[in-house]
Design a protein around this ligand. Sequence first.
Ligand code: ATP
Length: 906
Amino acid sequence: MVSMETRAEAPPVWARTAGEVLDDLGTSHDGLTAAEADRRYGEVGPNRLEAAARVPWWKRVLAQFQDTLIYILLASAAAKALLEDWVDFAVIMAVAVINAAIGLIQEGRAEKALDGIRAMLSVQADVLRDGAWTRLDADLLVPGDVVRLRGGDKVPADLRVLAATNLQAEESALTGESVPTAKSVGEVAQDAGVGDRHDMLFSGTLVTAGSGQGVVTATGPATEVGRIQTLVQEVEPVETPLSRQLDAFGKALALLIVVMALVMVLIGRLIHDFSVPDLVSATIGFAVAAVPEGLPALVTIILALGVQQMAARRAIVRRLPAVEALGSVTTVCSDKTGTLTKNEMTARVVVTRAHAYDVEGIGYAPTGRVLLDEEPADLATYRDLNAVVTVMGRCNDAEVHESDGRWSLVGVPTDGALRVLGLKAGLSEDGWERLDEIPFDSETKYMATLERDPTGARTLCVKGAPDRVLDRCARQHGADGRVEPLDRAWWESEIDRLGADGLRVLAAALRPVRHGDGSTIRDGDVDEDLVLLGLVGIVDPPRPEAVDAIAQCRRAGIRVKMITGDHAGTAVAIGREMGIVGEGGPEVLTGADLEAMSTEQLRAVVRDVDVFARTSPEHKIRIVSALQHHGEVVAMTGDGVNDAPALTQADVGVAMGIKGTEATKEAADVVLTDDNFATIERAVEEGRRIYDNVRKSVLFLLPTNGAQALVMLVAVVFGLTLPLQPVQVLWINMVTAVSLSFALAYEKAEPGVMDRPPRDPGTSVVDLTYGRRIVIVSLLIGGAALFVFYRSDDRGVPLDEAQTAAVTMLALGQLAYLFNSRFLDRSSLTPAVLRGNRAVWGASAAMLVAQLGFVYLPFMNTWFASAPIGLDVWAWTALLAVVVFLLVEAGKATDRWIAARGRVAE
Ligand code: ATP
């Protein structure tokens, strides 16, 4: 391993100069060649930590049995064992085991889906290979690689700092200290602790500010974090508010089952004088009937399937509860640039005190001219234009490249637009040299560089948000080329004019640096007496699909708010164009307005304002909190490192997968792989669908248990023959829970799912209407089974045949009810109920085949005390199933009528 720290005789990397470390690692400031990197990769292996050991299998198996409802099953099995009723004991145990196995398989699938999705979020690194910057998977880094970092990046390996501008890192993962530490090139003492090694960056920590470069000193297990093995890979528990709600429901149900079973025993013993074995059998049958074993596994799989489907639609869910929260979002706060707009910037106009120039062309191809009054303007003649274009070109980190006739950008789009402007204008940068820089920061909203021009003179170049730059200028390049006092009012009206056209405006300024001043710059230097040169107006067209998505959100009762760092005029113009418009309140609030407002004042207007401009990341938290105060469920997007707290505060934090920093992604619940607003809208739709499907499954599964429990209860309370044996109850439970209910996980979205208002997050999965439906369906299916059984019994049909008929009735009744359950409130009396979900047919077929086996296979007859039945019984039960279906539809129609009346009354 090429790790310095393993050599005992040499001082450690942090105690040596950067040059020495580079030499020792057999590399230079220009990094490694790709061939050498490959060779080293073969030697040291991938730069990653082995995943934390998985929970051992036996623990996972045991965990499947830790459920109150399963305890009831196990207690039933134990009672059967005491009575030496071994067949029943075996079947009940088999059911518990099958249930655990299904739980394990589903959990495994869910985890695998989430693992795959986590892998999609792998860290990327900017690496110097063969002398050029390339973006690589951080797994491929080897010692000796030179890496560059900026605020928001996750440090991909242990690095010795080679260059640092304002560089800070947050190393709490390693040191527990959450205050960021400043990083610099100078070596530190040999005995410095990890927290004091200011010339090192450690794998897994976060760069919070500034920029810098470093050489990889250790990768994978050799890194500080790998060595002390503190980074236990956190496996998010597969638990959500919904599963907690269902868990609590299960516990309440268990209590109810135990109480009712006791009542049953008392009535059976005291009033009807049942024999003890009969009573035990009936009680166990009742308990087993009432337990919805399949429910927890079902909810997990619906959520996990949903997460997979969302990933296919370019929204990666990092935390399962976000799926539910997405379904109840009421407000989406979105960044503008890149999310609502294309983030393909093109400079359109250049304004100086003397002239307004137009720029031809679109995109990053440097074709097109700079025109003044329709005539090409050259830099030699127009010194004012030259000055603006030069500052915009020098104070710039972007490059454009052509390959196969296509121009592509390396760097940020704003810089890209200005680079292309320089190329179109014919700017030459020969002989210029950058001495130092202050990188762009969305807090300060400017970038500055210290330049040495071809004559050797030094100049401070500044470009940035025009209001911020104006604040730092006392003078301007006048119309006659001479420096004169700043005419602020004139510039402000020009900025407003450009902004009103939806253009993003940047200002350029400079200040000559006196002889003798150093060759470094600090923030304070930019505050002094700059000379304003001019403005550039840049277009960033809206994403057409985002415009549609905003309209869709409005129909779905979701308010969209734009929160941007851009100028108020620009933001309002684009907001109008995209259909985001304030109603009632002020049209736009700026960061300065927000600062002047008290929390109460902000709360009073926050719901009515749809455009927030000139904001800094910390304003986002205030906006989210103010909205949440009104009970809004807020989704908030973010990309910068400073956005992380706002994303954490929001109900659904959404990070940009392309533009976003690692820090933002870590704080987010959802990561968009395409940075597109339309994807948020689709994710909300998907969230609503998933919640509906959970609801449908619960609504389907509970009457299964209700009907059987009813059958057992009625028999004991009225002192009748038991229509079902406990093993037969289990059969029904497993057949329906295993085969039928999973079909509902694949149900498509209800039509109009995005035309209804958001769900109130406080409501429970089963509200009054649905609770009523569960009771009614239980009565219908249970009643039909009782009817079939006692009718056969009356006619002297043998007990096993009568019981088989009752089981068949329950199975067919549930099959019919599956079709009722496909549509929550809509009528299922439509051909559409036969289309749109193939899983329903697969499940129905599987269930029928199993039921045929139950009735006709001899070994099944032995195990389940069933017996072959005639065609007439099938016909009877099928007919009753159709009646159940129709009656449930009548119930749904009544519910719709009641709901409609309620709406009219409102
Ligand atoms: P969003 O809408 O996503 O908040 P934004 O691009 O409008 O994004 P910021 O990136 O914070 O917000 O930019 C704020 C302002 O800073 C811009 O309006 C622009 O005037 C200025 N600016 C943006 N990028 C640069 C840059 N690379 N160099 C100098 N100034 C910049």
